[in-house]
Design a binder for this molecule. Structure first.
Ligand SMILES: Nc1ncnc2c1ncn2[C@@H]1O[C@H](COP(=O)(O)OP(=O)(O)OP(=O)(O)O)[C@@H](O)[C@H]1O
Ligand SMILES: [Mg+2]
Length: 259
């Protein structure tokens, strides 16, 4: 994977300064400083409970920051300027409730609600395009509950794409899908990034998979302990040092991040 050239892409999409977030009175993430430019594919890894989902939830505005600032296209989270510009695929996306009867096309159409034109028309052309982009044309009228895990994840991604969001955040999209589906999903995300100019911020436990695809990797454990090009992502011993752990017992814990 080619490291992205920040100068070439220019536009800054996300700027986070000195962010900390508390949950139930406890500081979960702190001293976060992060800039993401247009066209980057950034992977976030870290042990369970290290604050990855918390960071994404703060970016989309679902959690309020305790201190610091978040700017997306220069605006704070939830600002009206951002309507339809951010696509969000949550950690729970693959566990879509089985009892909800909804076709792929209907699910994807829900994405138009966050687009600026939502109050005037539902743009079926955009829905069709989003379904094509994730390769689900053949099952567009099938009930979502009948899809495989990988297909369901694609349907949720199409819902995020339909508003023509430029900045897509995904929390563990690879959970519960087999290797082939995983590879094709990564390829889809890679294409969205390279061919459609989307900017992607993706959390995954699957270190091997994310290293194959992301240009840039972040290791988060309460704060950012590594942020750099994927080919410079540290090996396990160095990671253990970053985490302040005795390397002799660290490999088991870090291994458990995979899969
Ligand atoms: N609703 C909540 N109220 C209070 N604390 C919470 C809440 N949700 C999560 N936490 C705590 O915040 C910390 C970070 O959780 P978060 O879900 O962001 O971690 P994560 O890195 O996404 O973990 P995982 O890899 O398991 O998804 C954990 O210590 C967790 O116990
Ligand atoms: Mg999480």
């Amino acid at each position: 994977m080619q490291p992205i050239h920040l100068e070439a892409t220019g536009q800054q999409i996300l700027k986070i300064e000195d962010l900390s977030v508390r949950r139930s009175g406890k500081t979960v993430i702190k001293d976060i400083n992060l800039n993401i430019n247009r066209g980057e594919f950034v992977g976030i890894v870290g042990p369970n409970g290290s604050g990855k989902s918390t960071l994404l939830l703060a970016i989309v505005g679902a959690l309020k920051q305790h201190s610091g600032s978040i700017r997306i296209y220069g605006s704070p989270p939830l600002s009206g300027q951002l309507l339809g510009r951010i696509g969000w695929v949550s950690q729970a996306a693959s566990y879509f409730p089985k009892h909800v009867r909804i076709s792929v096309r209907e699910l994807v159409s829900l994405g138009t609600l966050s687009a600026k034109t939502a109050f005037f028309l539902t743009d079926q052309d955009r829905v069709t395009k989003a379904i094509q982009m994730v390769g689900l044309e053949d099952v567009q009228d099938v009930d979502v509950s009948r899809l495989s895990g990988g297909q369901r994840q694609r349907a949720v991604i199409a819902r995020a794409l339909v508003s023509e969001s430029e900045f897509i955040l995904l929390d563990e999209p690879l959970v519960g899908i087999d290797r082939d589906a995983r590879n094709s999903l990564l390829k889809l995300l890679d294409n969205l990034c390279h061919e459609k100019g989307k900017t992607i911020l993706m959390v995954s436990h699957d270190l091997t998979a994310i290293r194959q695809t992301a240009h840039r990797m972040i290791f988060l454990e309460e704060t950012i302990r590594f942020d750099g090009p994927t080919d410079r992502f540290p090996d396990l011993d160095v990671l253990a040092e970053l985490r302040g752990i005795d390397p002799a017992c660290s490999s088991i814990e870090i291994d458990s991040m995979e899969g």
